[in-house]
Design a protein around this ligand. Sequence first.
Ligand SMILES: Nc1nc2c(ncn2[C@@H]2O[C@H](COP(=O)(O)OP(=O)(O)OP(=O)(O)O)[C@@H](O)[C@H]2O)c(=O)[nH]1
Length: 207
Amino acid sequence: MNDVKLAVLGGEGTGKSALTVRFLTKRFIGEYASNFESVYSKHLYLEGKQLNLEIYDPCSQPKKAKFSLTSELHWADGFVIVYDISDRSSFAFAKALVYRIREPQTSHCKSCVLHFRAVESAVLLVGNKQDLCHVREVGWEEGQKLALDNRCQFCELSAAEQCLERETECEQGKSGERGRQNLKQAPGSELSAQSPTWGSNSQTARS
Ligand SMILES: Nc1nc2c(ncn2[C@@H]2O[C@H](COP(=O)(O)OP(=O)(O)OP(=O)(O)O)[C@@H](O)[C@H]2O)c(=O)[nH]1
């Protein structure tokens, strides 16, 4: 079975936990305790292959050096960078994260070390809270451009609701279908959460 490690990063309150839990359980839970960072584990099938997916969901640590990302770059195979489409500052934060991951000096990242050549990490840029498109501060085109310019995938989503319904209401909400994950849970697969083996605040995972 292949192991795939994903780190979910982004500004405070952008919905990292909501998206992670929605993906894992198909449920939206409105409020989370944000004091702990967690690594969730799940078995699933993707394109006929069985995967053991580990997802790192950090807690927000405003005082932490925001863009060092050293531990994450060593640990993760790929990154999900989340911003809130109704919060422009969260887009600026996401942009800085994308630049950090893509900057040439990031040659010590896990995938580069593994392959002894400049293999890039996969990055998915997610504009969350598409249901708040009536108070949108970041255009769909801006997200798409940032992604294209930095060799990332891009989608807008709402962890809170079905995007398809919202698309009919939002002039710019054309990306929800593209953002759908084509991941299928393996029969008998298990979801579990544990503390990360690295990080500055390795404590009990939230439930
Ligand atoms: N309207 C709306 N609210 C959302 C959505 N996703 C998350 N939220 C809300 O946004 C707030 C923050 O969500 P979290 O999932 O805790 O965000 P986070 O990025 O994990 O937060 P920190 O860990 O504190 O940085 C909560 O009140 C959620 O209910 C969404 O798609 N739409």
